[in-house]
Design a protein around this ligand. Structure first.
Ligand SMILES: NC(=O)c1ccc[n+]([C@@H]2O[C@H](COP(=O)([O-])OP(=O)(O)OC[C@H]3O[C@@H](n4cnc5c(N)ncnc54)[C@H](OP(=O)(O)O)[C@@H]3O)[C@@H](O)[C@H]2O)c1
Length: 323
């Protein structure tokens, strides 16, 4: 019997968005410890763009190529975070059953969510899965795991405390928008750095103070910060360290962050309580994913760029854009 097919976007060489190609592949076959997920939404992250273009900083170029594939990508389907429905479970799967709406990330560099189906292990270091909050859509759910977990991990590593002064740089990006909202949950006073076009969004997300980096210097608030969270890597570290109080700490998305089921559970709770809201810039489909990559490459998106598997859903989302 011929394999059942699914739509997937693959890349067979590194390069510009034009290397992405929509094709048909067999639906993955699961092992006893895996789930087959029918994906409803995924995202294009800045990490996906870097993997596609192999645009790593000089120090990471060789290690990056060794991991991803020296001359061409070893793993042809990109995409790390997703939301969808469990289509089938292996005999050994305990936490989920067919029909559950779930969201999460693939295992580290494994990727594979630019497709209609993905097989993921239930328990594996780096592969995070959780039941989706009922209050949000698949597109919103897909935009949470990577940015949300990176933000939570770095704020915890930065030992954030109530009533502290926190600066979030790039506060309307995918990681930054969660860092801003989560810092507020911890009870911090949050000053953010963003461009003029993102001021309204930063206010909606709860910023206490806004520094427009196009017209103001980072020192304009006159505050010494207890914690600086840089999600951009655009500033000299020495400049940022000079803005810290004596006991101040600095965290950056340049460092590796942990992804854990416990983090996703915490984010799920906050989403259900309405304490955090996913920020979505715009929505594309698998057919238009090259345009999504071009847009993300600009480095100025607001929150996440979602890929809806259903064209109708992408259209509806773009029509009733929430921000
Ligand atoms: N360590 C990890 O596990 C991890 C996880 C996820 C992402 N990351 C990394 O974290 C970084 C951010 O990812 P992201 O997905 O949040 O990116 P993003 O969504 O593209 O956000 C970057 C934000 O930075 C802002 N920005 C650009 N130049 C700026 C400047 N000079 N000053 C202040 N803000 C500026 C942009 O908005 P404006 O229009 O306001 O400029 C944009 O909203 C990427 O390098 C990514 O690879 C790391």
């Amino acid at each position: 019997m011929p394999d059942k097919k699914m739509k997937a976007v693959i890349y067979e060489k590194y390069g510009s968005p034009s290397v992405l190609r929509l094709t048909e592949l067999p639906i993955p076959v699961i092992t006893s410890s895996e789930l087959l997920i029918k994906i409803e939404a995924t995202t294009v992250t800045s990490g996906d763009v870097r993997m596609r273009s192999s645009d790593f900083p000089p120090l990471y170029y060789i290690p990056g190529r060794l991991v991803l594939g020296l001359l061409k990508p070893k793993k042809q389907i990109l995409g790390h975070e997703f939301a969808g429905t469990v289509s089938a479970c292996g005999d050994g799967v305990k936490r989920f059953k067919a029909g559950d709406k779930i969201y999460g990330t693939t295992s580290g560099l494994k990727a594979g969510s630019y497709a209609e189906f993905i097989a993921v292990p239930e328990e594996k270091k780096g592969c995070v899965l959780g039941k989706m909050p009922e209050s949000i859509s698949f597109g919103e759910a897909a935009s949470v795991p990577i940015g949300g977990m990176a933000a939570l991990d770095l704020l915890l590593k930065g030992k954030i405390e109530q009533a502290e002064h926190v600066m979030v740089i790039g506060a309307c990006g995918s990681v930054g928008s969660f860092a801003l909202q989560i810092a507020r949950i911890f009870g911090a006073y949050v000053a953010v750095v963003c461009s003029s076009s993102k001021i309204e969004t930063a206010k909606e997300l709860g910023a206490d103070q806004i520094i427009d980096y196009q017209t103001q210097s980072l020192t304009s608030s006159g505050i010494k910060y207890d914690l600086i969270f840089d999600s951009t890597g655009k500033y000299r570290k020495s400049e940022l360290l000079s803005l810290l109080s004596k006991e101040g700490r600095f965290v950056s998305t340049k460092s590796l962050t942990a992804e854990k089921n416990d983090y996703l559970l915490q984010l799920t709770e906050w989403l259900e309580q309405g304490k955090i809201k996913p920020l979505i810039d715009r929505c594309y489909t698998l057919d238009t994913i090259r345009e999504a990559h071009k847009y993300v490459e600009s480095g100025h998106k607001s929150g996440s760029v979602v890929i809806a598997i259903s064209e109708k859903e992408a259209e509806q989302w773009n029509e009733q854009k929430r921000y």
